[in-house]
Design a protein. Sequence first.
Lengths: 580, 369
Amino acid sequence: MSKIKILSQLVVSKIAAGEVIERPASVIKELVENSIDAGASRIEIQLEDSGKKLIRVSDNGMGMERDDVELAFLSHATSKLTTADDIFSIDTLGFRGEALPSIGSVSQTRIVSRPRGAFTGSEISIEGGILQKIKEKGSPEGTQVDVHNLFYNTPVRRKFLKSTQTEMAHISETITRFALAYPAIHFNMQHNGKSVFVYPSAKDTRERIVTIFGNEMCKELISVNTKESNISINGYVLPPNRNRPNTKMQFVFLNGRYIRDSSILHAVNAAYQNLLMSKRSPIVFLYLHVDSSEVDVNVHPTKIEVRFLNAGVIHDLVYSVIHSALKRTESHPALQASTQTMNSSRESVMQSMSDFFSETLEKNTGFQQNRNRNDYASDPIEEFLPPKNSTVTPFLQVHNSYIVEETDEGLNIIDQHALHEIILYHEICERIKTSKLVTQNLLIPELIELTPVDHVAIMRLKNDLDRLGLEIDEFGKRTIAIRTHPQILKNLDYRDLIQGLLEEIEGNETEGHTDTILSKVVKILACKGAVKSGQRLNSQEIQTLLDKKKNRPMTNFCPHGRPTILEFRISELEKQFKRK
Amino acid sequence: MKVTCDSNILKKGFHLVETVISSSNLKPILQNVKISAYDNSLELSTTDLEVSITYRMDCTEVLEPGTIICSENKIASIIKEWDNNTIEIIENEKVCEISCKDDYFKILCADPEEFPVIPDFTDENYVEIENRVFASMIRKTMFIALGDRTKTASSGIFFDISNDQAKMVANDGRRLAEIKKKINNPRGLTISCIIPTKGVSQILKILSDQEEVIRIKVDEKRILVKTKSSTFCSQLIDGRYPDYEKIIPSDMNKAVTLNRSEFSTAVRKGAIMTIEDYKLLCFKFFNNILELTCSTPDVGESKVTMAIEYRDEELEIGFNPDYILDFMRVVDTDHVLFELRDNKTAGIFKVGDDYQYMIMPLKLREMKN
Ligand SMILES: Nc1ncnc2c1ncn2[C@@H]1O[C@H](COP(=O)(O)OP(=O)(O)OP(=O)(O)O)[C@@H](O)[C@H]1O
Ligand SMILES: [Mg+2]
């Protein structure tokens, strides 16, 4: 009995229409959705040339009867909707009956399907929208869809496809979303015959998150859980110190569907407010369950946007569940400072200025008995007094982030991180040029666990990193071992460094231009090796930094192009104070 | 509470306990000292919740036992002003009165209930060690961990006792020191823990230079060290210490015995031309000669030679001279053995058969563009 029906004109007119196939990743999204709707517990993806040549999705779902296979490529043919009212309570990922025909019109596609319990399967092909004859075909239970030569008949769109690396990044993003939404489903993917990842069926979301992102990060997962009338939210968030430069790691699922909802993302960010530096985004995994009659997924053809009946309630619920979860787990002390009001932050400037002046006073008079509790501590890293009569200009560190320095014409305010970063950047570049880079071997290789995709990305940089004194080796399928580090970068946080590198190269198009990759790597090395904002420096460290600035031109901007120094002229100040 | 006490003895006590007072004022109660008077002794205790110290004094006259909690800074400042005098401390209704000769102070006290419990132990599950042995183990390992700013399991000091052997290990990812000592362990206790560097350096402070046997007890979360006059407690670092024994190379094929002071001098001279960001000293061993060379861009060059007894195959290897000098400072014998293999393998200094120090080599990256 055929289940697929052609939707009536009335229903069709109510469905959000539009093109959904943009790139291999969108094909995969549609095909995997169909497999999930078919109740598959195992979905395999095979790619050739990042899907440009072949995308094959096979599942062990319920399969299709011969009659259905014949209808599947027809426009508005679906088994998931019948009446217009159904649109208002959709429980499946698909409902438009549009995906397969759209794919079929821009590729050479073939479906082989065998319903559960049937003796044989059927096969049908479509090429540029033209259906071939249906045939009987032996096949395993379930459905396999092969999409060959995507956009072969629309050369312009084919030309706009990006590099392998970029397309693979989009694809893995797509799969990651499904894998997170359906932890019980086994997913695996192969590219050009090589396995990219295997996500075995997991017992819960947490286990799936561990498989995808590694144990390291998952140790810090904070679970969130709430329910209010018809709405339930659960999932995990990460503490603010685990953050990203973009919102890609904000996974929000509504009834099993990955969505981007600006109101929910707003609520997420609001919950982390003051805990993150600007331009950094938190990492969240949120699973919302809302009665399907209270949400409209028929807004956009890709179904990534939805409309809630009670958007306000959901916003507040998301905010409060994350907010209280973060409060429960103690937050980072260094970050609490930024929640101070303007007034108290002014006070802290005053305080550190007065500390500074009293300190200089004591130093000058040599009066410092009983001053420091740690006088007796055998801590050898204590401050050295600047030599008397030296030409040391007064300086002061404020907010553990900025250095105020007196100059002949007035004063400079220096961003300590940005300045150190540019100095390191130049130093490393010079050392590379002159082949004078000292590398320190590590006693025990530093092991870092990565996602399979990141692992591949980092191993591609092996030679560049080698040249910079950072030797890495493959250590199992998803772990790398760091064996040496450049001596010039002390106290590197390797995990942080690798993460930074991945962010920098992410989705980047400069394949082959090793020089630019190298300079990117140097940038990241400099950034990660530099003193941090918020790091207290002793006067010797500050002095060294200022000395280096003096001896080195071109330090007014950091490698990212932001200023490192703001100059204030005394004449300006006098004008502002209306002294002149 | 009512006691009288010699100001010099009190001074010594405050000097010790104040090292624990935290400078942050997030928890004001921790800025206080707990003074407890028992029948015949007086105790001072401080804590910052991570570590705590208690100091006991006998030579006091306790007229009325009791406990007070008051500002450590204030009371220590008062006591420091008086030399060789008898001080009287009286507590009455949460007010502490201190008098000495013609001076008189009154300090408001906090509620003893609010002060954290200071850990101590009375049971028998401790290990005994001679304090000088323990102090020397600390000194010979701690120097490595001091400069390490990262906070991983390996950034503390690994302390291990099994059978009649005590062991301490420290590493910072680039070098590692291990010291072993024989001890008496009649109860056959085993200990295996990681002590934070800060805690270790404080232990050093409570160890007197008199001959004395101290008691050490470790439970899941903390280590307690008890001497005649003090009890110290520190939280432990959670985690498993890296399996360092695996990485100590065993197949060394070159060895040279070095005179400690001559070698230190040579390395110190060799290091003059290095700078903070470029600490590379090349060691060339050949024909009974050790040649130290250094060439630092924008600074200068040096070559220092030293006669040694070396007949093995020639070897040229780079090390950070600071790492070697750090070690030479804690060595107390006249000679050390230096074992090597090739310029990619760690060098190992050995002193006797119970102390070794391993450092990873440096290399100069030659780049062909
Ligand atoms: N893997 C599969 N297993 C079983 N049936 C499938 C599979 N893929 C497609 N079908 C059938 O083919 C029909 C058409 O699929 P298609 O993706 O074009 O539309 P849809 O999923 O109904 O809606 P949408 O366009 O929103 O995805 C489905 O309704 C389903 O009945
Ligand atoms: Mg579909």
